[in-house]
Design a protein around this ligand. Structure first.
Ligand SMILES: [Fe+2]
Ligand SMILES: [Fe+2]
Length: 512
């Protein structure tokens, strides 16, 4: 068996005998004749075992033993001490210094070789175990690190998925582009941990410019005056290179460079295009990460996913509004055809819608409620489409039967629009614009709070316009007379809304 053995003795004869017999057994040997040389050789040779004489010139064997133990952190290099001294004290001292065995001179060569073989076997086994142990420890640590890394990544991915899921739900639910932009910017800022984000977007399709649509953490006041081309410059570059772009890059085409430099001066670091069916509809700009951290690949991946959800959401909202606009204008055309036949009611719907819009604002109705009200007011008399023309335009008094037909128009109107999903909420206004607080209205004889605020507003706007319009049988009232009439009928018309109407008239915002 092979091994490196360092033999230290001041007696050259002992050294020679020992090294010779060790070499003949396959050991590699090195020798030293004093304490200091012994330590030097130990450093250079890195032996597996040391045979060490106690009495040595310069430094003795105990000193060498101590020094070796200082350097040998695993304390597993066997040291066999030899000495002419047969004193038990030096034996004890040798063991204390960390020697494994002690042999007295003169020693039997057979005995010392047997001991060396034995110690070396143990030492090699212990070394192997130590190496194996280290390897296993390393593996465990690596495994643990891997596990923690995978766990972290998994958690992050789940968070990303949740974010995207939540966002796409919001985007599907929201129809108002402003709300969409708001949610989009908030999501980007929150998820990426960044200081600012701004979206340039064109609410109308195929517009030449992208304008500031909203953002967070930016000085929007100035940005709102900025226009970016949707055809050239950055937009063109981003359409061709659909990727995250570093705004500080200097190798962009001239026009793109101008715009990117401009946005970089605003503190933005990167931008990314919003593309729908290969058509660029917007550009998102993002600022620095909080704490000046670097953007990671994961950040960019998340950004791309969020932006693509937002692009789809915005496009859906645009289509929705376009469709809604088409419906509404068709219906408005229908309504105006009824009015066109009757000079007395011409412009009635438009005016009612306008009064209702102002009243809703004064009453502090929410954006959503005002939107519903604008549909409801514009369509309130649509049921007259189903009322015979000859009744509507009859100059004389109506018979009871004819009245019944006229009084059916709120129900007919509500039925016409009830199947149009986006007009569902306006049905109440159409059906109930002739209800009165005292229950004397029609068609459902609702009382007080049973009538929604929206329906009360349309009722007042409608009645006010009817009073201030000429009729075949009477002249139009003045606005003051009309208000007096409405105030007198406080049991029928909501006093608070009538008061708001009066304010609007007094401030000159409503006149006939
Ligand atoms: Fe009506
Ligand atoms: Fe009306």
């Amino acid at each position: 068996m092979a091994g490196n053995v360092l033999v230290v003795d001041d007696d050259p004869n002992v050294v020679e005998i020992l090294t010779e017999s060790l070499r003949s057994r396959g050991y590699v040997t090195e020798c030293a004749y004093d304490g200091e040389e012994a330590l030097e050789k130990y450093e250079q040779f890195q032996p597996d075992l040391v045979v060490l004489d106690i009495i040595l010139p310069k430094k003795d064997g105990f000193w060498v033993c101590d020094e070796i133990r200082e350097r040998d952190i695993h304390r597993d290099i066997p040291i066999i001490m030899i000495s002419a001294e047969g004193i038990p004290d030096s034996m004890v001292k040798g063991f204390r210094s960390g020697a494994q065995d002690y042999i007295k001179k003169p020693f039997s060569l057979k005995e010392i070789i047997a001991k060396i073989d034995n110690f070396l076997n143990q030492a090699i086994e212990s070394k192997n175990l130590r190496v194996r142990n280290l390897f296993l420890e390393d593996e465990v640590q690596k495994g643990q690190a891997d596990y923690m890394r995978i766990n972290r990544e998994l958690k992050k991915k789940i968070l990303y998925m949740r974010t995207l899921f939540g966002l796409s739900q919001d985007l599907n639910r929201l129809r108002d582009p402003e709300d969409l932009v708001h949610i989009f910017c908030l999501t980007v800022i929150g998820q990426l941990g960044i200081s600012s984000a701004a979206l340039f977007y064109s609410y109308e399709k195929h517009k030449e410019h992208l304008s500031y649509a909203g953002g967070k953490g930016v000085q929007g006041n100035f940005l709102s005056t900025v226009r970016l081309s949707s055809e050239v410059g950055l937009a063109k570059y981003l359409k061709e290179n659909h990727d995250v772009l570093d705004l500080h890059r200097s190798d962009l085409p001239e026009e793109a460079l101008q715009e990117s430099g401009f946005m970089a001066d605003f503190g933005f670091s990167f931008c990314y295009p919003l593309v729908v069916k290969s058509h660029l509809i917007g550009i998102l700009f993002i600022g620095k990460k909080i704490g000046d951290r670097e953007y990671s690949e994961n950040d960019f991946e998340l950004l791309k996913s969020i932006a693509s959800s937002a692009a789809t959401g915005l496009e859906n909202a645009r289509l929705y509004w376009e469709l809604q606009d088409t419906y509404l204008s068709t219906i408005k055309v229908l309504v105006s055809t009824i009015e066109a036949k009757d000079s007395y009611t011409r412009g009635h719907t438009e005016r009612v819608a306008e009064y209702a819009r102002m009243l809703a604002e004064e009453m502090g109705l929410s954006k959503k409620e005002r939107e519903i009200l604008s549909f409801g007011a514009a369509l309130h008399d649509i049921g007259k489409l189903g009322v015979y023309e000859n009744i509507l335009n009859k100059p004389g008094e109506l018979t009871e039967k004819e009245w019944a037909v006229v009084r059916s128009h709120p129900v007919v109107g509500a039925n016409i629009i009830k199947d149009m999903k986006f007009l569902e909420a306006a049905c109440d206004l159409v059906r109930h614009h002739h209800e009165r607080l005292d229950g004397e209205g029609y068609p459902d004889n609702l009382v007080g709070d049973q009538i929604s605020v929206g329906a009360r507003i349309v009722a007042i706007a409608d009645a006010f316009d009817a009073m201030t319009s000429n009729r075949p049988y009477r002249q139009a009232f003045s606005v003051e007379q009309a208000i007096e009439q409405l105030k007198k009928q406080y049991e029928k018309f909501d006093e608070k809304i009538v008061a708001k109407l009066e304010e609007l008239i007094e401030s000159g915002r409503i006149k006939r």
